[in-house]
Design a protein around this ligand. Structure first.
Ligand code: ATP
Length: 507
């Protein structure tokens, strides 16, 4: 069954895809959970993927971010095939992900968590300059251990760390997990602001209404496949029928497997496809790939747009179907795409009719993300068969105790209580100075007298001074260097996890 729907594509969706999944299959221990996912995320757009529990949304994001190797299909990033690229290489190319469950280091301070992003060659001050204006709350709490913050604040930190590297593509998994609806709305406002700077966003969410409010496009995933793609409005209004397989009926179990998809019988609602070569390496799969057209007289063909924002050389590489091996050396190229994506979309913003579209290219100051532009406020948009988001769970997150301790690579590391740590560090310095002073005084005293008794006393005083200075030095090292070592240890773990394609840091 092929359901084809001609959709008027709004502004940002008119751009060629920056991230594209083609026929992605993925399995856990021989059990296939993704059965051929086709999805294109246009440059500069926000695409929200909705779907019931277990549909494969998280797996799809893991595959897209290089954390889980696909068993079939390809991933294209700005016209380059990056299938098999390590997460760290994808991050260098500008693709960053915010995993489910935040992935912050609870035993590091807010600042230290942010500094983790400095491996991409961004200085610490640059990171803070970029992040703190968007997240003033994090600035206030920059010396606080991340694990002692509220769930919403931790999620903000995860987002802040992702945008600290100035990504071109942001993958966000279940931003709302375990958070109160009000906090979720605030976070989605921030997503809209980030997207307003031209960042392409692919997000997976169960808070359908809030997600649709910030999205330019939406897709529904069921049973390991994308079963519908459209504007948020179309998805919201047609969710029931598209999701359940037509007719708006409720007889079918949305959790059940859809009929197997044979070649050329995509169940996906197909948007008009651009010529295959425009998306970077034709493979003849355009019938099942959701590819968005370039619309409007000024936008040119999809191919032109790709050329425009990749530059001639890059576009040539894309048409050669360059492989993932070459991807790592192309850092910065996606940034070009991002900038051009912003430019490309700003011209169409006025016609998009979406509140988020109107923020394109503007400084991150305004947004209306809390109110879905295409879904009447208050309209419940629930996914049949999905677990409804919890109404108002207490903020989740790490333990808040000052005694937070964490196993990191077999080492038990006590969370910093930065205020006390600092005081102890200065006490160590004071003792070190006092001990050295005492020892020096005793030395001088011993050498300025001929009285043996006084010399003996001076030696004792000198030994006491040396002991005090050693204790002071130990305190100083413990409470200054240990923070330093803790940070680098955590960073080492994060980097090796990313290089190995393992789970993102959640220590
Ligand atoms: N590490 C794993 N090992 C084995 N099976 C897994 C693993 N992770 C996920 N799965 C299975 O893969 C399927 C898809 O899971 P996935 O987490 O991608 O779905 P989801 O749509 O993100 O669900 P949710 O909304 O509940 O997070 C599920 O059946 C799940 O049980």
């Amino acid at each position: 069954m092929t359901l084809t729907l001609e959709l008027p594509v709004p502004g940002p969706a008119a751009a060629p895809p920056l991230l594209e999944l083609r026929g992605i299959k993925a399995a856990y221990e021989q059990v296939e959970v993704l059965h051929g996912v086709d999805l294109a995320v246009p440059a500069g757009s926000v695409l929200a993927v909705l779907g019931p529990n277990g549909a494969g949304k998280t797996t799809m994001l893991k595959v897209a971010s290089g954390l889980h190797a696909p068993s079939g299909g390809d991933i294209w990033l700005a016209g380059r095939c990056v299938t098999g690229a390590a997460p760290v290489d994808l991050a260098r190319l500008g693709l960053c992900s915010i995993p489910e469950g935040r992935g912050v280091f609870p035993n590091l301070t807010v600042s230290e968590n942010l500094w983790m992003a400095s491996y991409r060659g961004v200085s610490r001050s640059e990171i803070e300059e970029r992040v703190f204006p968007i997240f003033p709350r994090l600035k206030e709490r920059r010396r606080q251990a991340a694990g002692t913050m509220s769930g919403g604040e931790q999620q903000m930190l995860a987002m802040a760390r992702a945008i600290a590297t100035d990504p071109a593509v942001l993958l966000i998994d279940e931003l709302s997990m375990g958070l109160a609806p009000l906090v979720v709305e605030q976070l989605f406002e921030i997503v809209a602001r980030i997207a307003g700077t031209g960042v392409t966003v692919l997000l997976v969410e169960q808070f359908a209404q809030t997600a649709l409010g910030v999205a330019d496009l939406a897709a529904v995933m069921t049973g390991g496949r994308i079963t519908a793609v459209g504007t948020p409005q179309q998805i919201a209004s047609g969710l029931h029928s598209a999701y359940l397989g037509g007719g708006g009926g409720g007889g079918e179990d949305p959790e059940s497997e859809p009929p197997p998809q044979s070649a050329g019988t995509a169940a996906t609602l197909l948007l008009p496809a651009v010529p295959a070569q425009s998306s970077g390496g034709a493979d003849g799969s355009s019938d099942s790939t959701v590819v968005l057209p370039a619309v409007g007289s000024g936008s040119g063909s999809g191919s032109d747009r790709v050329t425009a924002y990749l530059g001639g050389e890059q576009a040539a590489a894309s048409s050669d179907g360059e492989s993932a091996e070459g991807a790592a050396g192309t850092a910065g190229q996606i940034s070009m795409a991002k900038e051009a994506g912003t430019e490309g979309t700003s011209g169409t913003a006025g016609t998009s009719g979406t509140s988020r579209g109107e923020t394109r290219g503007e400084p991150m100051s305004t947004n209306t993300a809390g109110v879905p532009p295409t879904v009447p406020a208050g309209t419940p948009v629930a996914l049949e068969g999905s677990t409804p988001p919890p109404p108002a769970l207490p903020p989740a997150g790490g333990p808040r105790s000052g005694e937070l301790a964490q196993e990191v690579a077999g080492l038990r590391i006590k969370a910093p209580n930065t205020a006390i740590d600092k005081q102890l560090m200065w006490l160590g310095v004071a003792l070190l100075v006092a001990g050295i002073g005492t020892a020096l005084g005793a030395y001088i005293m011993a050498h300025t007298t001929r009285l043996e008794l006084t010399q003996n006393d001076a030696i004792v005083v000198g030994l006491v001074g040396i002991t005090i200075s050693i204790a002071g030095m130990a305190l100083f090292i413990r409470y200054s260097l240990s923070n330093f070592l803790r940070f680098w240890l955590a960073r080492l773990i994060a980097t090796s996890q990313q290089q190995g394609g393992g789970q993102p840091p959640t220590v």
